[in-house]
Design a protein around this ligand. Structure first.
Ligand SMILES: O=C(O)C(=O)CO
Length: 367
């Protein structure tokens, strides 16, 4: 605080730009930056929001720009420089890639917080009842993530079935003289896809799979209406075991909850066909990863394609990373420019509505 007073004094003496130049490279340099941010925010008269990954270039710059149309954004690093100064001003927190974590220690320094607006549909990293108990709303972005996530689901399925990544490695290897038998894949067209979790994303996956003439089975907590089933051409399996036994591709698209944690373990994997592929675009914890490693090593199932793992990223020495029959992407289900923009716009709409006390488009209520 003492140093902030000193910086204010220097700014008065020299003006902000000269003070910034003179203090550059010193510890006070950051404080000048904070003061500039603070002054700009005061002038703008917009509500303050905390965001972890403020970007100066690339797509994060655009993300920040969308947020800055309605909020004064302070990044987590700057906030941590002076929580006493910024904490009471912050009314919204934008959570991106689960950062910054909405932990009690952080929340307790944000007494004016009205909303934690999450980018993405999964809110398993947020303790909704606890956050609500502080009088703070939680929001997410359903719907806007579904198409991009369904696209990556089909991408993983196809890449694993047809060994596209292995094919690329062989094609760019100058030593390759012939196509090895190891590149033989499994047929997708006409095969059976079993979708576990037929929510919005599951339905979009089914719609795409119809284009491959796949037979589509699904298992869900609650059976969908006959109209829904007909619209996506999927048949209900009340018993998940039946789906596991019949499917060539098992697609996990459930939310993570206590009921779905470890849903796929030794027993479930042993029910699958030895030629089957497990695709997971939900959350890493839905699968018992030790059981999956064993199933892949022993040939219990053919392969796995995972956009999600636990933890993310996996430690470099994790056995899954060394297996030839695993394809892993680093949780990029929503990583397109269009979907990212839509998600951020929705986060901002949710955040703004909560701050203004209006009806919130996507409030998450505790179950
Ligand atoms: O929306 C989410 O929660 C995702 O993880 C998308 O991949």
């Amino acid at each position: 605080m003492q140093s902030l007073c000193y910086v204010r004094y220097m700014r008065r003496l020299w003006g902000p730009a000269q003070a910034y130049r003179l203090l550059k490279g010193t510890n006070m340099h950051r404080s000048v930056h904070q003061l500039q941010l603070h002054k700009k925010a005061m002038e703008d008269n917009k509500p303050w929001a905390l965001f972890s990954e403020v970007g100066e270039n690339g797509y994060l710059a655009e993300v920040t720009e969308i947020m800055e149309q309605h909020f004064k954004i302070i990044c987590h690093k700057d906030f941590l420089q002076n929580p006493q100064l910024y904490g009471p001003k912050i009314q919204a927190m934008f959570v991106w890639n689960a950062r910054p974590a909405a932990e009690p220690s952080l929340l307790s320094s944000l007494p004016s917080l009205k909303v934690v607006a999450n980018g993405g549909v999964g809110i398993d990293h947020l303790d909704v009842p606890y956050i609500n108990s502080l009088g703070v709303k939680v929001t997410n972005t359903p719907g806007v993530v579904s198409d991009a996530t369904a696209d990556i689901a089909l991408g993983l399925l196809l890449a694993s079935a047809r060994k596209i990544v292995e094919g690329h490695q062989i094609a760019v290897d100058p030593k390759t003289t012939h196509i090895p038998e190891s590149l033989m894949g499994v047929e997708v067209t006409g095969s059976t896809l079993g979708i576990i979790g037929m929510g919005h994303i599951g339905c979009r996956i089914a719609q795409r799979a119809r284009g491959f003439d796949m037979k589509i089975l699904y298992h869900n907590r609650n059976r969908r209406s006959v109209e829904d089933e007909q619209a996506v051409g999927a048949s209900y399996c009340e018993n998940m075991d039946d789906l596991l036994k019949e499917s060539d591709f098992v697609m996990l698209a459930v939310n993570l909850s206590p009921a779905t944690t470890g849903l796929i373990s030794h027993r479930e994997l042993s029910l699958m066909k030895p030629t089957a592929t497990l695709v997971n675009i939900s959350r890493g914890l839905v699968v018992d990863q030790d059981a999956l490693v064993k199933a892949l090593q022993s040939g219990t199932i053919r392969a796995a394609a995972l956009d999600v793992t636990h933890p993310e990223p996996l430690p470099r020495d994790h056995p899954l990373l060394g297996l030839p029959n695993v394809l892993i992407t680093p949780h990029v289900g929503t990583n397109t420019y269009t979907t990212t923009r839509r998600m951020v716009q929705r986060m901002v709409e949710n955040g703004l509505a909560a701050v203004k006390g209006q009806s919130i488009p996507n409030e998450v209520k505790p179950k």
